[in-house]
Design a protein around this ligand. Sequence first.
Ligand SMILES: [Zn+2]
Length: 106
Amino acid sequence: MNKNHYKRCNRFRQQRGVCYFCPRRMRLLSGLRGRLPDDAATLYHLDTRYDEDRGQYVGQRRTVLACAACAREVSAERQDIIPIEELHRRSGFDPGRRAAWEARAS
Ligand SMILES: [Zn+2]
């Protein structure tokens, strides 16, 4: 059990096991090595990969869990600056769904 594992467990509960970007249900795997299954839960840092978003999440949750499929897509494209709305659109992300789980988690 390392710090990231603990964090992943917390986030997993807060997100009810659902990916931040898409409606996929994730699995919490104990070891993250090699190519992950698409539904493996991975930590995603909201404000490190998109410069224009930096500072936006101060004082708020800055890491979320994303499924490995979304994490791969985002990291493959992070050299380009893609608006988060565009990523959400591509992954079928529903902002209303996020608001609902954040309301429950707080
Ligand atoms: Zn996803």
